[in-house]
Design a protein around this ligand. Structure first.
Ligand code: TRP
Ligand code: ZN
Length: 780
């Protein structure tokens, strides 16, 4: 590398480079081998004294990718060599200033055995290649854009490639290439189509054009996370590239599209403009998740995307924010950078950007983004610099809003809706408070945008944005009548927990007439909670349980008037999981939750069987599989109905599910049947699982689904099955996808098995995490 002392730096300051698990072979300065006395080496750093003002530094290191089980730095996935450098993988490859604000231009020459590694890739553009007579060949790549080392990547292997082309808005042609292991070559069309959609969308929505002549993606089987945005050479977990109707579900197809979008959008929000240090991770991740969500909404149904995002926040991020590891979107300490890749930074952070978008409005937000790109291109920036642009171009004072970045915890907003007959008006009383989190006892009021609409017999009014800034605040609505209702937090306009009392009648109106997918779904959830908590109390007091009638009628009404979006209906029909119900209780009584939920579900199933069956039959598909919004929505409803039917416990429903499984021409329907059968012990489940395993045993990504089914079954035997599967000799305990499919699914999604009263669920997971930690700390 060519190095130069920073102007102003002390002349006798040594150069301190980061490096781990490296074997130093040689160290040369301006061509001269450096004497051992001129540098110091320890486990983490190489310190070089007495460097001139500017110098050429040559460092030779030896690394052993075969022994790299942490999957950081250069490692082996199958027969392929690949890298993962974010956050500190580069210093496992060579000695370097491993921090994001050191931006460098890279020229990379790869030399390798031609038969084992015919494909040699790195960032940027290929500029030279050749072969030696000893069976080796070489390729040189040059990336014209200065970048931090966490965006460095290289790949070597015997890979198949599919190729396409994209013409940018300015008319430049960009070669698009996806590299995969040869057996997956026929499963990349969806990924390629998604790349093109993402490129076009970023041009249209943000005016961002791609900046190299070639854009490459490599899919690898062993990968710690979802994917990585390395400049010009994205590296993906194969799970988020490989997709065809037979082996991937609709949800898989959507995830592939969204993650391809995410990594592609990083090219501007992350790569061209990166973060100054890892505390500023939000500067690239929150913003890129938000852009990904906008893309996803533009490609699919906005309402459904929003319900799912809200569900993720409410079921996973809220608990994180209420637990021992609660931290702000911009954290102020860490023991290990890998621990910063959290739902709070990614998902809550994205909600924070969304609130900015709401407060500024689409137009000013876009103007601010244009200015952000213009002002900071090529820089490593802070959250503060991002906010300064939002503030100036958005013409808004964001001093209170900034607290969203520094204050942890989920705000609770209490709402009361009061009619004042003398004045013929309603007053909305709002109160906010944020519970203390570790290290932050006292909380300040936040700046919270709350989307609101009035509800009358004819439906919802125009939306307003209420800005809640004080601990307590009132909003007056003139000329209302006693029956006027209000719908708040529409579109989940802020990541808060809204507490508001509703009558059953008000909930019913919200479900059918709110005109907002999220608001309807939220009201339906409340109806479920009300009924379930009633039952749980009855069980605890050993009384017989009360009427499911309000809920039952609501479902009946939904099934009779399904509306025009079957996917929305499917979301409304989904019953809250045990863990979501637990979140509603001060003291969690899992046994009662289970009895209440199972009881209610099977009663409703039996009571509404004919109606559900009708909805099931109406949503059955006849034409061959297609991945488009309409078919996805139809299949979704169809499979949710099947689940409801089987929950009643009758043999005819299990037969129906078996038939559904055997008729399926796509993975969405196969898996829909398996999920429906997964909680009932019987020959159907055993048979279907066995067939599935036989059919897919050579395809690891599909087999992962088979593992997950067993890990998430509500049957009491699930822990024993998981234990057996883990200790079996076919279990690849080093592959992160496989570990997540079994152990991860058990810990995260098997409430009953994991929280077994005898503690064996915890013991099992803890033991396995401890063992895994020795191999792969990030996945552990
Ligand atoms: N930057 C990646 C993303 O969000 C995340 C990521 C991929 C990552 N691999 C990693 C983060 C390894 C830490 C370590 O798109
Ligand atoms: Zn990202």
């Amino acid at each position: 590398m060519h190095i130069r002392r920073q102007p102003g730096a002390a002349l006798d300051a040594p150069l301190v480079l980061d490096g781990r698990n490296l074997e130093l072979l040689y160290l040369r300065i301006d061509g001269r081998e450096l004497d051992q006395s001129a540098y110091a080496l320890d486990k983490k750093q190489l310190t070089i004294e007495g460097l001139p003002e500017a110098a050429d530094l040559e460092i030779g290191t030896r690394i052993r990718p075969v022994q790299n089980t942490a999957l950081e730095g250069l490692y082996l996935s199958g027969d392929m060599l690949c890298t993962q450098c974010e956050a500190h993988g580069f210093s496992r490859i060579t000695y370097f200033l491993d921090r994001p604000d050191v931006m460098t231009r890279y020229r990379v020459k790869l030399t390798a055995d031609r038969t084992r590694y015919p494909i040699l890739l790195a960032n940027g553009n290929p500029v030279d290649s050749g072969s030696s007579d000893n069976g080796y060949h070489w390729v040189t790549w040059e990336d014209p854009f200065p970048k931090p080392c966490y965006l460095f990547a290289l790949v070597a292997g015997d890979l198949a490639m599919i190729e396409d082309e994209f013409t940018t808005c300015s008319g430049r042609k960009v070669a698009l290439r996806i590299y995969v292991e040869p057996e997956n070559k026929d499963k990349c069309d969806h990924a390629m189509a998604s790349v093109k959609q993402a490129m076009r969308w970023d041009e249209e929505a943000y005016g961002r054009e791609y900046d190299l002549d070639i854009f490459m993606i490599v899919a690898v089987g062993s990968f710690n996370m979802g994917a990585m945005e390395n400049k010009g050479l994205n590296i993906f977990n194969a799970k988020y590239i490989i997709a065809d109707p037979k082996t991937a579900t609709d949800d898989d197809h959507e995830a592939v599209r969204d993650i391809i979008g995410h990594e592609y959008f990083h090219n501007w929000t992350g790569n061209r403009i990166t973060c100054r240090d890892w505390f500023q991770l939000s500067v690239k991740e929150s913003l890129t998740v938000f852009r990904e969500q906008q893309f996803s909404a533009a490609m699919g149904s906005e309402a459904i995307r929003r319900i799912r995002q809200a569900r993720l926040i409410r079921t996973q991020q809220f608990p994180e924010d209420a637990g021992p590891t609660a931290h702000p979107v911009r954290p102020d300490s860490y023991m290990e950078v890998n621990n910063l890749y959290t739902l709070t930074v990614y998902e809550k952070g994205s909600e924070v950007i969304r609130m900015l978008h709401t407060l500024l409005g689409a137009e000013k937000f876009r103007k601010a983004m244009d200015q952000y790109f213009e002002r900071h291109d090529g820089q490593a920036v802070t959250v503060e610099e991002f906010l300064a642009v939002m503030e100036q171009a958005g013409e808004r004072d964001l001093s209170q809003f900034r607290l969203w970045y520094s204050q942890a915890g989920t705000p609770v907003v209490n709402a009361e809706w009061e009619y004042q007959p003398g004045e013929r008006r309603h007053v909305l009383h709002l109160k906010q408070s944020t519970p203390p989190t570790p290290g932050q006892a006292i909380k300040q009021p936040l700046h919270i945008p709350i989307r609101a609409a009035l509800l009358n017999a004819s439906g919802a009014s125009e939306e307003n944005i209420l800005e809640l800034c004080q601990a307590e605040q009132q909003f007056v609505f003139q000329d209302t009548n006693p029956n006027t209702g209000i719908s708040l937090l529409r579109g989940f306009s802020a990541p808060v927990q809204l507490v508001m009392a509703h009558t059953d009648e008000q909930l019913r109106q919200l479900i059918t007439q709110s005109g907002d997918g999220y608001a309807s779904w939220d009201a339906m959830q409340k109806l479920y909670f009300g009924t379930l908590l009633d039952r749980i109390r009855a069980i605890q007091q050993k009384k017989t349980s009360t009427k499911p009638s309000v809920l039952s009628q609501a479902i009946e009404r939904l099934l009779e008037n399904p509306g025009e979006n079957p996917a929305l209906l499917a979301e409304l029909l989904l019953m809250p999981s045990e863990s979501v119900i637990a979140d509603q209780m001060q003291q969690v009584d899992l046994d009662s939750i289970i009895v209440a939920r199972d009881g209610l579900r099977s009663e409703l199933s039996r009571h509404l069987y004919p109606l559900i069956l009708q909805a099931y039959e109406k949503s059955a598909g006849s034409s061959p599989y297609r991945f488009d919004n309409e078919s996805v929505a139809r299949r979704r409803l169809n499979n949710v109905c099947l689940g409801w039917l089987v929950a009643g416990g009758g043999p005819e429903a299990r037969e129906l599910a078996m038939h559904h499984y055997q008729q399926a021409d796509n993975m969405t329907d196969s898996l829909g049947a398996l999920v429906a059968l997964n909680d009932s012990d019987g020959p159907e489940r055993t048979k279907a699982l066995h067939e599935f395993q036989q059919r897919w045993q050579t395809q690891p990504l599909v087999l992962d689904k088979w593992y997950t089914l067993q890990a998430t079954s509500r049957l009491p035997s699930s822990l024993d099955s998981v234990r057996q599967l883990m200790s079996s000799s076919n279990f690849d305990g080093r592959n992160p996808n496989r570990i997540r499919a079994l152990l991860g699914a058990f810990a995260h999604a098997n409430t009953r098995g994991f929280h077994r009263a005898d503690g064996t669920g915890y013991q099992f997971v803890a033991d396995n995490i401890q063992a895994l930690n020795a191999l792969n700390p990030q996945v552990a």
